[in-house]
Each structure stands twice: as C-alpha cells, then as structure tokens.
Design a binder for this molecule. Structure first.
Ligand code: ATP
Ligand code: MG
Length: 355
C-alpha cells in the first residue's frame, strides 16, 4: 500500500504579486516539495483585509495575480490543492475558538507584529482584526492538520504561536499530557500535529530600496515598494537593478567598496549560479577595481534568466482567467471537505457537538 504523504501547508496574503523574496523564502521549496508532500496552498484574502479593508477591488485583483503566479512558477493543481481562505468557513470558526487559547499580552509579544506595525507605518491605527491574524493563521494551518510549513523568517513567531495553540488544544480537549514531545501529540490522542517550519535557502531576502532609519536593510515585501516581481519583464528588471541601493560611500579612498550588507552582493550570492565569478568580483569590489554598473549588468542577466520563463507562462495564463478560476474553485471545494472534517473533530473534542 502507498504510504500517506505528510501534509504541507503554505500560503501568501494577496497584497501584491509574488517577488524574489517569496521565491527564495518559500515558493521554491513549495514547488520542489509537491512530489513528497500532500500540499495545500492558501490565498489568505481575509488576512489581506487587515491592511486593505478599504481596497476590495485591489484584493480581488491580487487574488487573481497570486493564482497566476502560483501556476506560472510550477504549482501543479493535479498534485496540490490551491484554495481561498474566505470560502473556508471552518477556518473562521476555528479562529474564534483558538482566540480563547491565547492571552492578549501573548499576542502583543509577537516581534513580527511589532515589525509590521513599524515597517508598514500602521501607527496605532491598525484594526483589532490585525492583531487577530496570527491566530487566524493558526486556524489556517490546523484546519488541515498540517505537519510542515515552508515559510520565511518573519513567520517563525507566528508558527510558534500556532504550536502553542495546537499543544494547548490537545492538552485541554484531547487530554494529552503536558510533558509530551511535539512529535508524539497525535500518537497520544491529540487532534492536531504540532507543525514544524521549513525555511528557504534565504530566510529573509532584503529589498532593493534604501535601509530603514536605523540603518537596517528592510526585507523585500509587496507592501514596501522594494520588490522585484516574478512577473517583471526584462526592462523592469533592468530599471530596478540599475536603481538599486548599493554602498553609498563607494569609491571614497578610505572605503572603496563594502560587500557586506550590500543588496547588490546579497542578490549575487543568492541568485548567481556562477559562484567563482561572484567570489572574484566581490574581491575586486572591495578593492574598488570593478564598477557598480558592470556588477549590476551581470545581476540583470541572472535575474532575467530566472524570471523570464515564469513570466512567459504567466502571460499565457492571463489569456485564460476561466481556467485560473476553475483551479481555485476545485481546490477550495477539496479544502472545504478537509477543513469541515477537522472542525467536526474539534467540536467533538470540545464536547460541543450536540447533533
Ligand atoms: P506583505 O508586505 O503584504 O506582508 P510579503 O511580501 O511580506 O507581503 P507575505 O504574503 O506576508 O509577503 O509572505 C508570504 C511568505 O513569503 C511568508 O512565508 C514569508 O515569510 C515569505 N516571505 C515574504 N517576504 C520574504 C522575504 N523578503 N524573504 C524571505 N521570505 C519572504
Ligand atoms: Mg508579510
């Protein structure tokens, strides 16, 4: 008999198109892992409303864009389930129950929430639902009793919260001993596996813009206007790389060129398959004997080679929105069966199934 594949879940907020940060942080892993895992990929459109509640048409377009990006990078609907968060009622129901298992100070201790409030300039004007989104994310993951979650570094605090929710639920309602190892919760009668995260080969790719006021480079992010998208054409890639932030003090006699913390070299190290060229060029950059423009030209070639096949497939999908929607519809129906089943089991465990 064929062994059941472990369940994998990952997803994105439809706040824009997929970019290089998504690729090295999570999407590359998702494409590769489709063979060995039972994959669920979520479009978190409810979560998009935490910062885009006034822009429903934009969220709608972003859902379509994200679907086309998924299919263009090689997510295969014959093997993987692509689905829409807002159509899975069980996720919303589980979110409410799970929100009782998390204290308010615990939600506020989440460093990613603090970073997002700062980097997205939310001030103190973010909605109540924004603070709820990590709990909502716990429901996304646990509704499918997922075991492995490919994500970027910023998601680790959210995953930790999900693990806490899963342990607590299993302890409170499935009577699993509090000293149980994470790997043994289901064996001991728990409903939810304690999920593990899987980081990509770059945990946090930086953006192409200037650093934050504290000098730290910001992560590449759809919302921060500092991204190179997997749908950018060669011309857009060229313009972005040419305008990219490098080392502002370059070519001063005392400091010819800095490689560390320089997006130009972070990108070469991450994407350029010619490691020998990168090592040699970094040496010359430090000595001030190679120009920014030459290094940027090389980077443009590397990125166009990576992105152009994806963009070409995407152009074909843009001609066929009915196909794109039909994939989402089928995946969402499949996801609903699974999540509804989990919800019934969760209600049973909580002794709230009366009929
Ligand atoms: P937003 O700006 O709306 O928060 P985002 O660009 O941060 O968007 P998300 O939808 O929040 O993208 O993240 C989707 C997934 O991609 C998450 O697993 C996240 O960790 C990963 N990811 C996003 N940006 C990066 C990055 N720059 N480097 C590595 N991984 C990333
Ligand atoms: Mg984000």
């Amino acid at each position: 008999m064929e062994k059941k594949k472990p369940r994998l879940l990952s997803g994105d907020t439809p706040t824009g198109r997929l970019h290089l940060g998504h690729w090295v942080g999570s999407v590359e892993n998702r494409v590769l892992m489709q063979e060995d895992y039972d994959c669920y990929f979520l479009i978190a459109n409810v979560q998009a409303f935490t910062t885009r509640m006034e822009k429903p048409a934009e969220v709608h377009q972003n859902v379509m864009d994200l679907m086309m990006d998924y299919l263009a990078v090689g997510i295969d609907p014959a093997r993987s389930t692509l689905f829409l968060q807002s159509d899975i009622a069980a996720i919303a129901e589980l979110t409410i129950f799970f929100s009782m298992l998390v204290s308010y100070p615990r939600v506020m201790r989440n460093p990613t929430i603090k970073d997002e409030i700062r980097d997205k300039g939310l001030g103190d004007n973010y909605p109540f639902g924004f603070l709820l989104y990590p709990v909502n994310q716990a429901a996304d993951i646990l509704a499918f009793r997922s075991e492995i979650i490919p994500v970027g570094e910023d998601q680790i605090p959210h995953l930790e919260l999900t693990r806490e929710v899963a342990r607590r639920f299993n302890q409170l309602y499935c009577h699993v001993d509090t000293h149980t190892d994470d790997a043994d919760y289901v064996k001991k009668g728990g409903l939810f596996p304690i999920p593990a995260h899987k980081l990509g080969r770059s945990r946090r790719l930086v953006g192409i813009g200037s650093p934050a006021p504290d000098g730290n480079l910001l992560k590449m992010s759809k919302s921060l206007n500092n991204a190179i998208f997997l749908s950018d054409d060669p011309d857009a890639i060229k313009k972005k790389v040419m305008a990219m932030y490098t080392d502002p003090n370059r070519l001063k006699a005392t400091d010819p060129g800095k490689v560390e913390n320089n997006p130009l070299w972070i990108f070469h190290e991450t994407f350029n398959p010619d490691k020998a060229w990168v090592a040699q060029a970094e040496e010359r950059y430090r000595e001030g004997t190679i120009g920014d423009v030459e290094c940027k030209r090389q980077l443009i070639d590397v990125l166009v080679n990576l992105i152009e096949p994806i963009r070409t497939r995407r152009l074909q999908l843009e001609q066929d929105p009915h196909y794109v929607i039909s994939v989402l519809k089928e995946g969402t129906a499949r996801a609903n069966e699974e999540a509804n089943h989990t919800l019934i089991l969760a209600k049973e465990a909580m002794r709230q199934r009366y009929f």
